[in-house]
Design a protein around this ligand. Structure first.
Ligand code: NAI
Length: 281
């Protein structure tokens, strides 16, 4: 019960990583206010008797500045303050490559993934100052570390979230507020299927992703939302009290190095040279 008496705000709490984190915080004694676009799923969670009235939900679009501020201010008045903020809501955003991206796609993606994190922090800090301190966790991604995992606007926003977290940690330390980011790897949630409008295509993508996910990284099982939730709780706990301004990658080792370093069936450069030499001799 590391979070008994703690007051937590989670954005994007109605699904995937956010939902698992809401559940984990409540299991360890916290009270949680969650905001999400998905009213149906949010209302159903808030009505779930397992949460023993320790979960409140407010329909929120984190791209709407007034909406986001209202979520945070209402959480503070509902609970009498805020101790922890998890800026987590997100989606794939604009899918175009840099040679095709539109201004609208770029701005929408940045507002969802980056501006919401900056302003969520901005609004929560007023309440955390009153509480004498707090902890903020921002969801970045392995896209912030390497190319090749997602679209350019998404990856750029996530890299900025990682850096924003570092700067925020520096600027907010004097208020006793710690800020870290977390970089999930390939985690089995709805985010991939949700990028497809056609339900049949979405279902096919979901099935394919679930089939390949255990083979995607050195740890030979799928990444689960709770893997990220447990890391978020560590960063917010007293045990994580000396961790500040850093990014915690939780990816089963997918970014450990080239695939051939851990997958003996994947040819490395030396294997390719060897094969070529063999072919020519
Ligand atoms: P998810 O699709 O299961 O959950 C995302 C939640 O955010 C949904 O409940 C959705 O309704 C909500 N949301 C989307 N736009 C919103 C908005 N404008 N306002 C409020 N709520 C909104 O996806 P998942 O995977 O749990 O994603 C959570 C975070 O993790 C995102 O920031 C995502 O970019 C990040 N992430 C996910 C990875 C994965 O492999 N699943 C990998 C790296 C990062």
């Amino acid at each position: 019960m590391r979070f008994e008496g703690k007051r937590v705000v989670v954005t994007g709490g109605a699904s995937g990583i956010g939902k698992a984190t809401v559940e984990a915080f409540i299991a360890e004694g916290a009270q949680v206010m969650m905001g999400d676009l998905n009213s149906e799923a949010g209302d159903a969670m808030a009505a779930d008797s397992r949460f023993d009235n320790r979960l409140a939900f407010q329909t929120t679009d984190v791209c709407d500045v007034d909406n986001l501020k209202s979520l945070i201010d209402n959480a503070a008045s509902h609970f009498g303050g805020i101790d922890i903020l998890f800026n987590n809501a997100g989606a794939g955003g604009a899918s175009e490559t840099i040679d095709e991206i539109t201004a609208e796609g770029w701005d929408t993606t940045m507002n969802l993934l980056l501006r919401s994190v900056a302003l969520g922090t901005r609004f929560a800090v007023d309440h955390m100052k009153e509480a004498g301190g707090g902890v903020i966790i921002n969801t970045s991604s392995i896209n912030a570390h390497e190319a090749g995992w997602g679209p350019v606007a998404y990856a750029t926003a996530k890299a900025a979230v990682r850096h924003l977290s570092k700067i925020s940690a520096a600027q907010l330390a004097k208020f006793n507020i710690r800020v870290n980011s977390i970089s999930p790897g390939f985690i089995m949630t709805n985010i991939f299927a949700n990028s497809f409008e056609d339900p049949t295509e979405a279902q096919q993508v979901d099935t394919a992703i679930r089939a390949i996910s255990p083979m995607a990284q050195p740890v030979s099982r799928s990444g689960a939302a709770d893997d990220i939730a447990q890391a978020v709780l560590y960063l917010c706990s007293d045990q994580g009290g000396f961790v500040n301004g850093t990014d915690l990658t939780v990816d089963g080792g997918i970014t450990v190095g080239h695939r051939h370093s851990w997958d003996e069936n994947s040819p490395g450069l030396l294997d390719l040279i060897q094969e070529n030499v063999g072919g020519n001799s």
